[in-house]
Ligand binder design. Sequence first.
Ligand SMILES: [Zn+2]
Length: 322
Amino acid sequence: MTTVPDLFSDPLSGILCRLRQLGAPWLLLAAGHAHAAAPCDDFVRWLPALSAADCRDAQLQPAEGARSVRGQPIYQRDVAVPEPRLRVLVVGGMHGDEMSASALALRWLALAQADPAEVSWRFIPVLNPDGMFRATPQRTNARGVDLNRNFPTPHWQRDSRVYWEQRTRKDPRRYPGPRPLSEPESRFLHNEMGRFQPHLIVSVHAPYGLLDFDGPAVEPPRRLGRLHLDQLGVYPGSLGNYGGVHRSMPVVTIELASATELPQAADVAAMWADLLVWMRERLPNMAPVPAPLPEPVTVPWTDPLPETPPAAPVSSETDPGP
Ligand SMILES: [Zn+2]
């Protein structure tokens, strides 16, 4: 497998670097996989408190066949151990304007590399690169879909529409999409749930400053660092609802207090330590593997762009959820 340092030193990267110095962005666009050659350019530019060295040490790899609506690779990194007690999937940046969530996933990746704690980890720090790596980061993906409302919960067609129209008053930031798994980013994560079969999913968000939990009969964590449990209820099409309630995969949802600033290093470490203690106490020794998901959804990522969702004024009275 090619490592990131190899990619940095390959001849193509050198050419792309030179083009960048010459100020030839159209040629870079034409080159197509500039992002694949240098993921850390984007990561370091957009994520808070992330150095180039930290990003290189993360050794992010483009997930096989995983592309955003605009064709950007989606990166992941496995930290595996020979006989894992558990498999844990950590997802950040599902909402593109929550840069702190992606930065936290990368800090935790470094902690897992130092001590994986008998766990096989899969980190996906930026699920929504089109939403994040743009002049003004946005919550939704390039088609204006809230990925955290696009998972195939039962009665999605009815409930997501009712939720969006009545609870959010057609808030464009919470548009659930035309159909479940209509987006390549949500399809990728859905397929990863089937391939990796995690015993736990940790989904990192911001900026509500709390901890949420969806799942089967497992005592939720009461706190992680400064964040305390405050269960918000479920939303049609959310990952917590789909994974935790309907697929029996516990989902810990972390809402950091700031979308743009990473918590202090001591707090990042305290949250990690609290998570490991909770996992050891509540998810002992290979909880039964959940039932396999349906076959991967293979709709091509080159779906034509549908019409953008209608813009609507957002009422401050709505309670649209994180
Ligand atoms: Zn979010």
